[in-house]
Design a protein around this ligand. Structure first.
Ligand code: ZN
Ligand code: ZN
Length: 320
């Protein structure tokens, strides 16, 4: 292939995540491909450039300034999308720990996609591989490969660009989810545009709030998204290194209160590796799990049902 067309193809991949166009994770001679990519540096500059640009975008606060309205929207934007990631991308799409209707499923998949952490099928396929191969050579973000790799090197490598559809056969029958997964950049772009529009509308309708479109874009999307991405990634990196181990699992997973607070409950990661099928990750009343409380609220509204619990023998094992 000529250099020109390969650059064109790489550029196109920002907008169309074509599943067939890179080696799927966790199949065939996966390990050779991955260690080969890692040995050669393995990082995909077409993924790194937008990722770095997003971080540099945080410097925009120096130009746009700050207002209470913009900070409030940034916090709400973080909380809503973190809930979509933990409750839906993770507990629902990856582990099926509760049931919901098709519309709710799609709406939370779209909100999860606004987190700029790729599509729901990509996320679930990689996460299922993580559980299947936790802390072994086949783990997409094995902590043994260094903090940088387990935190973000893994998804910045071309090795993990594609979605291994064989891991998410249960979801490919929903064309709307496949579509969302394929055009996974469109949602964050639309989300950022909506925040810009909100800021411009507030500037005109309520000038006393002292905000505007660019300020809302920088705080509500850029800053909020950077913090959101790194908080989520901490579960892969630090929650396999730092914290306590209530259960003797085969991996190095840990329970960590700080990560649980930041991620609305995902910090009880050792619990989760012991029993991943539960809708709650804080197994005991004192293990704060905001996503679970919010799921119970959605259950009361009739939007989700069949929340799976933790079997009594597992709870007993953890008390010992
Ligand atoms: Zn893990
Ligand atoms: Zn999991």
């Amino acid at each position: 292939m000529s250099t020109g067309s390969s650059i064109g193809r790489a550029f196109l991949r920002w907008f169309v995540a074509d599943q067939s166009d890179s080696a799927p994770a966790g199949t065939g001679s996966g390990m050779d491909v991955r260690s080969g990519a890692r040995a050669a540096g393995g990082l995909d500059w077409w993924r790194i450039v937008p990722f770095v640009a997003l971080h540099l975008g945080c410097l925009g606060v120096l130009w746009v300034g700050v207002s209470p309205a913009a900070v409030l929207v940034a916090i709400l934007s973080y909380g809503a999308r973190m809930f979509a990631i933990t409750a839906f991308y993770h507990r629902y799409f990856s582990h099926k720990s509760f049931s919901t209707g098709r519309l709710t499923q799609f709406l939370f998949a779209a909100l999860g996609a606004a987190s700029t952490q790729r599509g729901p099928l990509w996320w679930a396929a990689h996460h299922r591989n993580h559980h299947r191969h936790a802390d072994t050579d086949q783990d997409p973000h094995r902590p043994g490969d260094g903090l940088f790799w387990s935190h973000m090197g893994w998804f910045l490598s071309s090795r993990h660009f594609g979605t291994d559809l064989s891991r998410v056969r249960d979801w490919v029958r929903f064309p709307e989810l496949v579509w969302l997964n394929r055009f996974d950049t469109l949602v964050p772009v639309a989300y950022a545009g909506a925040l810009y529009g909100l800021g411009e509308w507030l500037a005109a309708a309520m000038p006393e709030l002292r905000t505007n479109g660019l300020q809302m874009l920088v705080w509500g999307y850029v800053v909020s998204t950077v913090v959101l991405i790194h908080a989520t990634l901490l579960v892969n990196s630090l929650a396999h290194r730092w914290g306590s181990r209530r259960f003797e699992t085969r991996d190095e997973s840990r329970n960590n209160l700080l990560i649980a607070l930041l991620t609305l409950g995902e910090g009880w990661h050792n619990n989760h590796h012991r029993y991943a099928g539960s809708a709650r990750q804080g197994f005991y009343w004192w293990q704060v799990d905001m996503s679970y409380y919010l799921l119970r609220f959605l259950e009361a509204l009739g939007l989700v049902w069949d929340l799976k619990g933790v079997p009594a023998p597992v709870l007993e094992e953890g008390r010992r």
